[in-house]
Ligand binder design. Sequence first.
Ligand SMILES: *[C@@H]1O[C@H](CO)[C@@H](O)[C@H](O)[C@H]1NC(C)=O
Ligand SMILES: *[C@@H]1O[C@H](CO)[C@@H](O)[C@H](O)[C@H]1NC(C)=O
Ligand SMILES: *[C@@H]1O[C@H](CO)[C@@H](O)[C@H](O)[C@H]1NC(C)=O
Ligand SMILES: *[C@@H]1O[C@H](CO)[C@@H](O)[C@H](O)[C@H]1NC(C)=O
Ligand SMILES: *[C@@H]1O[C@H](CO)[C@@H](O)[C@H](O)[C@H]1NC(C)=O
Ligand SMILES: *[C@@H]1O[C@H](CO)[C@@H](O)[C@H](O)[C@H]1NC(C)=O
Length: 337
Amino acid sequence: MKVKEIQNNNEFQLKFNRKTTYTLIFIFFILSFTFFLLLKSTQNKNENENQNENQNEKEKEIKNKKQNWDLKKEKICILMVDDRTLGKNFDFSSNKQIPFFHTSIFANSFYSKYHGYDFYRIDSNNKINDSRKLLNLFQEHPTKQRTSYWNKLKIICLMMNYYDYEIILYLDSDAVFFDFEKTIEDFIVENVNYSENISLILTKDLEISLDYVNTGVLIFINNDFSKKMILDWYNLPITNPGFEFSLNVGSSEQPAMGEYMYKTEPWESHIHILPLNTTNGPDGEFIRHFWGAVPWEERNDQIFQIFINYSYHFHNFLEQIQSQNFSSQISKFIDNS
Ligand SMILES: *[C@@H]1O[C@H](CO)[C@@H](O)[C@H](O)[C@H]1NC(C)=O
Ligand SMILES: *[C@@H]1O[C@H](CO)[C@@H](O)[C@H](O)[C@H]1NC(C)=O
Ligand SMILES: *[C@@H]1O[C@H](CO)[C@@H](O)[C@H](O)[C@H]1NC(C)=O
Ligand SMILES: *[C@@H]1O[C@H](CO)[C@@H](O)[C@H](O)[C@H]1NC(C)=O
Ligand SMILES: *[C@@H]1O[C@H](CO)[C@@H](O)[C@H](O)[C@H]1NC(C)=O
Ligand SMILES: *[C@@H]1O[C@H](CO)[C@@H](O)[C@H](O)[C@H]1NC(C)=O
């Protein structure tokens, strides 16, 4: 009996032990699982916090950049310069294509109006009333005549001096705002870190080009240095005989900047160079430039496509550009004050 009891007891013990073990294992699993869940949730929380922190950091960074740049719409102007006379009374209902140096003006002036920038298309044949005699600072070669392309530098210089714009965005006649919803302020803040020294923003040229940068689209920050730099640029073929050739070649003002000034002090540290596909070339994301390398008809067509895109997105586009008094808009000229 005694033995049996003991055996029973043992059995009981054994049973008890087994039950306890199962229970303990079960509890252990429950606890581990709870712990796991807790751990996971704190991890997620941390991740979220990190994400929020990153987000905040990013927002702070953009805010800081914006503060540093402090760009205001009313201090930004868009400038185009050409010596071709513009036609009048275009028939937009016909399929006949309008030459690109008109369609680009329509699109760019619409873009300017849409975002609230001043727009100038200046005929470089216009007589300039330069009461401050700034044009006397531009040097000419005794015998070699410059191509008309050089005129853009003179006009930009006069704009810088006679007006108080902080940004002058210059476009060649074959350059158009492609991403019309993007503002110039946002583009600059997103792509260029502020530095008090920046006076010119422009893009690289094609890899195959002799010139490192392309000068068809120029974003000038109007400051003492840029006012001086633009004179140095115009005068380089006179002050540096190595660039005399550029007075009357096709690419005119580009080699002085694209082969020399961009990599030479004192100018280099005041110039910011962006990738080509930002504001230049036929793949530009913000501005597209259908340069001379593109066949003439193709250039007309590509700029016309963007023109059509404007009219598709803005229902009042055609009425707007038709009601615009281009004769007064275009002759709006440097006024001495
Ligand atoms: C029209 O413009 C929008 C906005 O920039 C752009 O996303 C779209 O690709 C353009 N379409 C064409 C056909 O150019
Ligand atoms: C701007 O500065 C940040 C931080 O110093 C850097 O990571 C970024 O590459 C710079 N961007 C440009 C466009 O220079
Ligand atoms: C700006 O240029 C000056 C003079 O060349 C230089 O001393 C200074 O460090 C530059 N500042 C920046 C932010 O690059
Ligand atoms: C623009 O150019 C940059 C640098 O050359 C390149 O990394 C990027 O992928 C290009 N973007 C597009 C949309 O082609
Ligand atoms: C357009 O501008 C020209 C030149 O400034 C002016 O003579 C003409 O009266 C203007 N036309 C309209 C409809 O405002
Ligand atoms: C040129 O500008 C000056 C200064 O504003 C003015 O007095 C003068 O009349 C202008 N001349 C012409 C020809 O418009």
